[in-house]
Design a binder for this molecule. Structure first.
Ligand code: UDP
Ligand code: MN
Length: 231
């Protein structure tokens, strides 16, 4: 049974983060999600990547801080360094969905995570006390323009937030992302070099990321390029 008014949402502001979004999207698809898959992008994303994203995601939504409502624009001018965080907050404007799960583009789903939609929205009553919760890799939320406004206010006054992650989702947080490693398709593992994965667990998740990239994302490039699907 599919629920069409709920969605998994991610964000990619450039072609590099799109690689992450594609692997995340395919890792979700492998476990047959019953919700829509949505990706927020910014104008920097190329038409090639848009075409490939459209093979994996049900909806691609372009957001642009500069053209956004006055209150967003003002928040952005006040704290330009929060650009990506503020862009992430755009997901609250997806009011055609009743409930969403946001996943960072550097996350990977290990099993079906539809149960996340059973959880209450953490931001039901936003106040300055709640958000230990942003800049998090995974969160459940209910789109609402009012909440959006309050979160923007909070972000511009206090910067970003933080919160823990879920056991069924891997979050590759930090400056070295899965796509920064070199991968050996023969051995099916990432090459240990300068930034070797710090634990066996991490190596296994990195290998899984790359396996999905090789098997479920790279072929999309071929199909898009062969089909001349680029408008
Ligand atoms: N992001 C993006 N472009 C950027 C940086 C970040 O699209 O240049 C998005 C992407 O969805 C990413 C999320 O914002 O997963 C949070 O950033 P990141 O994962 O790099 O931060 P960390 O989780 O390492 O704190
Ligand atoms: Mn992240």
């Amino acid at each position: 049974m599919s629920v069409t008014d709920q969605a998994f949402v991610t964000l990619a502001t450039n072609d590099i983060y799109c690689q992450g979004a594609l692997v995340l999207g395919q890792s979700l698809r492998r476990h047959r999600p019953t919700r829509k898959l949505v990706v927020l992008i910014t104008p920097q994303v190329s038409s090639l990547l848009r075409a490939i994203l459209s093979k994996v995601f049900d909806e691609i939504i372009e957001v642009n801080l500069i053209d956004s409502a006055d209150y967003i624009h003002l928040a952005f001018l006040k704290r330009p360094e929060l650009g990506v965080t503020l862009t992430k907050l755009h997901c609250w404007t997806l009011t055609h969905y009743s409930k969403c799960v946001f996943l960072d583009a550097d996350t990977l789903v290990l099993s079906n995570v539809d149960e996340l939609f059973d959880r209450g929205e953490f931001s039901a009553a936003p106040d300055p006390g709640w958000p230990d919760c942003f800049n998090s890799g995974v969160f459940v939320f209910q789109p609402s323009l009012r909440t959006h406004k309050l979160l923007l206010q909070h972000a511009t006054e206090h910067g970003s937030f933080d919160f823990g992650s879920s056991a069924k989702v891997v979050h590759f947080l930090g400056s070295t992302k899965p796509w920064n490693y070199k991968y050996n398709p023969q051995s099916g593992s990432v090459l240990e070099q300068g930034s070797a994965p710090s634990s066996q667990h991490q190596a296994a998740f990195l290998n899984l990321w790359w396996t999905i990239y090789q098997n479920n994302v790279l072929p999309l490039y071929q199909s898009v390029q062969a089909g001349g699907a680029l408008a």
